[in-house]
Design a binder for this molecule. Structure first.
Ligand code: PLP
Length: 255
């Protein structure tokens, strides 16, 4: 049977990031996707202009309904918008059967607009990180979650600190680094660098969402975490190479 992945994420009307991009990736990866929508945004390649969040109860009801109607072989969590939704998702995951969880800690948009309210950040650390199998922060997110400055000199340490908060594995993404965009992978057995190559310049929209969805698809298909992460990185690198410039040099991935 085709594996089924639950996406818990927000809507980007341009389709570059968020739940529609997630679904496109999942289709490409030959898994089925179902969605619990957390928020609707208004944004274009210039950035996020406004956001409307669902209630926690609405998100929990969606997750419950989807869990009642089929297996969830993996879960991908993206934008959660509010503390209420973080709490609802944390509670929901404790009460339904589900496969591995990929938590993309979406905190701030590429243009600096908050995508999770401050009160939600601590809740995410306390209640969702410990339920995650793969946590995928970028450099600024890892700095915020570990309460340190966003320098890129101690990524291995920072990834280990985040794993100590309860995630089974951490993929600290290097896209925001100056120089080569190497990622750091930490799990129970190893800390390793996944080497990357800078593929052109300019902001890329939607790469983080896509990467986490590729990992969730890989886990649903039975790959282990590191294999799923390597595969995801290769797929996203390929998409970046053929990305189209939408506006002001911002590049959109196409799936
Ligand atoms: N909008 C939604 C719905 C998202 O989920 C995300 C990232 O996860 C973004 C916007 C941020 O995209 P960017 O980093 O390109 O601003």
């Amino acid at each position: 049977m085709t594996p089924r992945v639950l996406v818990i994420a927000g809507l980007d009307p341009t389709g570059g990031a968020g739940l529609t991009a997630d679904l496109a990736v999942l289709r490409r990866a030959n898994v089925a996707g179902v969605v619990a929508a957390t928020a609707i945004t208004v944004q274009d390649a210039g950035g996020v202009r406004s956001t409307v969040a669902m209630s926690g109860a609405f998100v929990a009801e969606t997750v419950r309904m989807l869990a009642d109607r089929g297996r969830l072989d993996a879960v991908k969590i993206g934008m959660l918008a509010t503390r209420e939704i973080v709490d609802a998702v944390a509670r929901s995951l404790r009460t339904i059967p589900h496969g591995p969880v990929v938590l993309d800690p979406v905190l701030v948009s590429g243009t600096g607009v908050p995508l999770l309210e401050d009160a939600g950040v601590q809740a995410l650390l306390a209640d969702l990180v410990p339920q995650s199998d793969v946590l995928t922060p970028n450099v600024p997110e890892a700095a915020r979650l570990t309460g340190s400055s966003p320098d890129t000199t101690a990524e291995e340490h920072r990834a280990q600190v985040l794993r100590a908060r309860g995630a089974r594995a951490v993929l600290l993404k290097g896209g925001h680094r100056i120089g080569e965009p190497d990622d750091v992978w930490v799990d129970a057995e190893r800390t390793i660098r996944l080497y990357g190559r800078r593929l052109g310049d300019g902001r890329i929209h939607g790469a983080g969402c896509a990467l986490a969805s590729w990992i969730a698809a890989g886990l649903a298909l039975g790959f282990d975490g590191l294999a799923a992460a390597r595969r995801a990185k290769a797929e996203v690198a390929q998409a970046i190479e053929s990305a189209e410039v939408a506006f002001n040099g911002v590049r959109y991935l196409r799936w």
